[in-house]
Design a protein around this ligand. Structure first.
Ligand code: XIL
Length: 350
């Protein structure tokens, strides 16, 4: 090899090495996490968590580094929280909230009024309307009161509408109290903590359609009548070859809610995959995560982007729907999946 070629080769190698060193150095000096990038975009990035996992360092380090918002996955639901009349087990919720406070994370409270995961003592007998009003009032004021310094937003009412957008009749509170249970819950929560943001949260209503039309009409009516409500939560349990509303519709839906003066939170995003997992499915999943985040970033009203967990090692999906799998952004051994990198890239490029 003549000297000129040797020199050229050496210069190229040195050049490439320098570029690599700069890239690597940047990574070391400026490590990127979802949380850091989301902070720059003024959006909260969240995950649902279980208290018993916080003692696992693999879990808690990722949680604190990558997320700015925590939602207890079950700990604040009526059944787990209050297994006997008047007996509240606050330990798990307290631990999650203490973790959030010590890592400067926000907390979403989920959920005060829902027909699922109610305690047996409540569902196993008949009550008069007045008794139920009293029970619900006590529950809301007890829980919101206890956490008024630490929960910044509550899912006050969860999944109260049927798929056709009308109020769900097959609902414990609807049957026992009637449709005004919804506005009473918002009024009581607000009276207890006037600073908390109060949300209506529901599923299968992210895009345009009968159900999201029903939610829109309901929240518009609540606002018109002066009921304190500040936002709508879009659960977003979507998937590859499953429920997947088009981005343009989600955008239109967020836009019309924002025109009412409401915030929108993505509250429970996960993207389930058919089994067995393939590389293609993982790539499609990444595209969906990135696409949903883009939609949220494009709308100033979309102020939080929350996932229903963060690792496939702990997701409700395979337990409840065994034909689906791997819906989250870290795999079962806490390795970031293509979906994680899609979120990073979206935050960097938008
Ligand atoms: C799920 C939890 O993830 C499970 O652990 C539990 O067994 C059932 O509830 N919509 C909601 C969430 O609003 O509260 C649900 O969470 C998922 C669907």
């Amino acid at each position: 090899m003549n000297k000129a070629i040797k020199d050229l080769t050496a210069i190229s190698i040195i050049g490439i090495a320098m570029i690599l060193a700069i890239i690597l150095g940047r990574q070391l000096i400026y490590p990127r996490t979802l949380r850091m990038l989301a902070d720059q975009k003024n959006i909260l990035i969240g995950a649902a968590v279980n208290g018993w996992l916080l003692s696992d360092p693999d879990y808690s380090v990722i949680l604190a580094n990558e997320f700015s918002l925590i939602t207890p996955e079950n700990a604040l639901k009526f059944g787990p929280l209050c297994p006997e009349p008047g007996v509240y087990l606050f330990d798990e919720a307290d631990a999650i909230i203490a973790f959030a406070n010590s890592h400067q994370m926000f907390v979403r409270g989920h959920t005060l009024v829902w027909t699922n995961q109610l305690p047996d003592w409540l569902t196993s007998r008949e009550w008069t309307r007045d008794e139920l009003l009293e029970i619900l009032y006590r529950h809301i004021t007890t829980v919101v009161g206890r956490y008024q310094d630490s929960v910044y937003a509550w899912d006050v009412v969860n999944e109260a509408l049927a798929n056709d957008g009308t109020i769900a009749l097959d609902n414990f509170w609807m049957k026992g109290i009637g449709p005004d249970y919804i506005e009473l819950a918002f009024r009581w929560a607000h009276a207890t903590d006037p600073n908390a943001l109060l949300f209506y949260n529901d599923s299968f209503a992210e895009g345009m359609g009968e159900k999201s039309n029903g939610i829109y009409a309901m929240v518009a009516d609540l606002l018109e009548r002066g009921v304190p409500i500040h936002g709508v939560g879009l659960e977003m349990h979507v998937g590859v070859d499953y429920w997947l509303p088009p981005y343009s519709e989600i955008s239109a839906n967020i836009h019309r809610l924002s025109d009412l003066g409401l915030q929108v939170h993505i509250t429970e995003l996960d993207v389930r995959l058919p089994t067995p997992i393939t590389k293609e499915y993982l790539e499609q999943q990444a595209t969906i995560y990135g696409g949903m985040l883009s939609v949220c970033l494009e709308q100033p009203a979309c102020t939080a982007f929350g996932m229903w967990g963060f690792t496939d090692a702990h997701s409700w999906i395979p337990y409840i729907y065994p034909e689906w799998t791997a819906p989250l952004i870290f795999d079962e051994v806490y390795k970031p999946k293509p979906a994680y990198w899609a979120l990073i890239e979206t935050l960097e490029s938008k």
